[in-house]
Design a protein around this ligand. Structure first.
Ligand code: URA
Length: 423
C-alpha cells in the first residue's frame, strides 16, 4: 500500500477502499505515514468528503487504533452524552449524577476547553482536590460504586484521533463533517456505553453555526453510532445565546450545584432533563422520571459521591475572583439578544479558557449574566458581571462584548431543543 495512491484517489474524487482506509489510519498512527502525507489526505477529504461506507470504515479504524472498552461486568445499563460544545454548557455536571441516580451508569470521558467553549474537566478542577485522571481500576470501581465518572480519557481511547485532531488543527481541516463525526464518534463508541445521546449545538457560540450543518452532523453521527451497535439519538439545540446564567469554571460548577439542589436556571434544568430522558430511553428505562429523581435529592447525593470519589471536597468554597466588573443594561425592555460567541470570547479573555492546549486556566474567571434572553430588563440595572484575577484582562473582554446585547420591545420565543434526530 502506498500513501500517495490513497491521496491521489481521494484528490481525484474516487472512493477509498476499506483496505486503503484501514491501512492509512494504522500506518499514520504508528508513524509509517508522515504528517505531510496525512495532511494532504485530510485536505482531500475536506474537499471531496466521504460516503457512508468510507466513513464507517474510517471511524472503525480510529476505534481500532486503541481499545473499545467493555463495561458488561458492571451488570447495569450504561449511557453517555456528548455535546459538540457551547458557551455556558455545564450540562454534563448535573446530568451524569442525575442519570446515575436513576440507576444507569454514566461513563463520561471528557476533554478540556479550547478557544471560546469551556471544557468539563477544567470546570470540575475548580473544585478543591478534584482530580481528572483515574486508573482503569479506579474508573470501573467508581462506575460500580457511584454509577457516574467524569474523567480524562486515557491514551488507549482512539489514539488515532489525538494525532489526527492535532494535525487538523494546524492544517485548516477541522471544519469537515465526516472528519468531525468520525473524531467524536470514534471516542464515544470506544467508551463502551450501551446508549449515547448527542447534543449538537447550533448558533453563534457553536462549532456548527448553521442549523443545516448541525443537522447533517447530527444525522451523520447518529448513523455511525447506530451502525456500531450503540443506541444513538441526537438533539439539535440552540447556542445563539449562552446556556444558564454563567460561563467560566467555578461559576458553572456553582450553577450546576444549584440545579442539583432543585433550583438553577430554567434552560439548564430543561436541557438536563431532556437529555436524561433520552439517555434513560436509550437503555429501556423510560419508566424512571428524572424530574422526580432530581426533586428527591438523590442526584445531589450522587454528585457528592462522584466528586468525593475523585478527591474533591463537595463542601469546599469555590475560588472567587480578585476583580469584578459590572456592565449595566443599555435600555428598558426585553433582552432580545445576548450573543453566545461574544460571551464565550469574553470569558476566555478573562482567563477561563485557553488558546493552546498547554495553557493554564483560571478557576475563578468568567461571565455571569443577571437576565436571560426573553426576560425584562431596566436601563442601568446590572446585566453582566465579569470575573477575573487580572484587571488587565478586562478591556479586551469588554471589547468582545461590544454589540453583544440587544434590548427591544419585541417578544422573543426561543425554543431550546430544535430537533430530535434518530436513526
Ligand atoms: N470535537 C472533537 O472531538 N473532534 C472534532 O473534530 C471536533 C470537535
Amino acid at each position: 500500500m502506498d500513501a500517495i495512491d490513497v491521496i491521489r484517489a481521494k484528490r481525484d474524487g474516487d472512493r477509498l477502499s476499506a483496505e486503503q482506509i484501514r491501512w492509512v489510519i494504522a500506518a499514520y498512527t504508528d508513524g509509517r505515514v508522515p504528517d505531510e502525507q496525512m495532511s494532504a489526505l485530510l485536505m482531500a477529504v475536506f474537499f471531496r468528503g466521504m460516503d457512508g461506507d468510507e466513513l464507517a470504515v474510517w471511524t472503525q479504524s480510529m476505534i481500532d487504533s486503541g481499545v473499545r472498552k467493555d463495561l458488561s461486568s458492571l451488570g447495569r445499563p450504561t449511557a453517555d452524552k456528548h455535546s459538540t460544545g457551547g458557551v455556558g454548557d455545564k450540562i454534563t455536571l448535573p446530568l451524569a449524577p442525575l442519570v446515575a441516580a436513576c440507576g444507569v451508569a454514566v461513563p463520561q470521558l471528557s476533554g478540556r476547553g479550547l478557544g471560546h467553549t469551556g471544557g468539563t474537566l477544567d470546570k470540575l478542577e475548580a473544585i478543591p482536590g478534584w482530580r481528572a485522571s483515574l486508573t482503569d481500576a479506579e474508573y470501573i470501581g467508581q462506575l460500580r460504586d457511584v454509577g457516574a465518572v467524569i474523567c480524562a480519557a486515557g491514551n488507549d481511547l482512539a489514539p488515532a484521533d489525538k494525532l489526527l485532531y492535532a494535525l487538523r488543527d494546524v492544517t485548516g481541516t477541522v471544519e469537515s463533517i465526516p472528519l468531525i463525526a468520525s473524531s467524536i464518534m470514534s471516542k464515544k463508541i470506544a467508551e463502551g456505553a450501551d446508549a449515547l445521546v448527542l447534543d449538537v449545538k447550533t448558533g453563534s457560540g457553536a462549532f456548527m453555526r448553521d442549523t443545516d450543518d448541525a443537522r447533517t452532523l447530527a444525522r451523520t453521527m447518529v448513523g455511525l453510532g447506530t451502525a456500531a451497535g450503540v443506541r444513538t439519538v441526537a438533539l439539535v439545540t440552540a447556542m445563539d445565546r449562552p446556556l444558564g446564567r454563567a460561563a467560566g469554571n467555578a461559576v458553572e460548577v456553582a450553577e450546576s450545584v444549584e440545579v442539583l439542589a432543585g433550583g438553577g436556571p430554567a434552560d439548564v434544568v430543561e436541557l438536563t432533563l431532556a437529555l436524561a430522558r433520552e439517555m434513560l430511553a436509550g437503555v429501556g428505562r423510560s419508566d424512571v422520571d428524572p424530574a422526580e429523581v432530581l426533586a428527591s435529592g438523590r442526584a445531589m447525593d450522587a454528585w457528592r459521591a462522584m466528586i468525593a470519589a475523585q478527591g474533591g471536597d463537595p463542601d469546599a468554597a469555590l475560588p472567587q475572583p480578585r476583580e469584578r466588573h459590572v456592565v449595566t443594561a443599555p435600555a428598558t425592555g426585553t433582552l432580545t439578544r445576548l450573543d453566545a460567541y461574544a460571551v464565550g470570547v469574553a470569558a476566555w479573555r478573562l482567563g477561563a479558557g485557553r488558546a493552546r492546549k498547554e495553557d493554564p486556566v483560571s478557576a475563578s474567571a468568567g461571565v455571569v449574566w443577571h437576565a436571560g434572553v426573553g426576560e425584562q430588563v431596566t436601563a442601568g440595572q446590572p446585566l453582566l458581571e465579569l470575573h477575573t484575577d487580572d484587571a488587565a484582562r478586562l478591556p479586551r473582554a469588554l471589547e468582545a462584548l461590544e454589540g453583544a446585547v440587544g434590548v427591544d420591545t419585541d417578544d422573543v420565543l426561543l425554543p431550546l431543543v430544535l430537533e430530535r434526530i434518530t436513526a
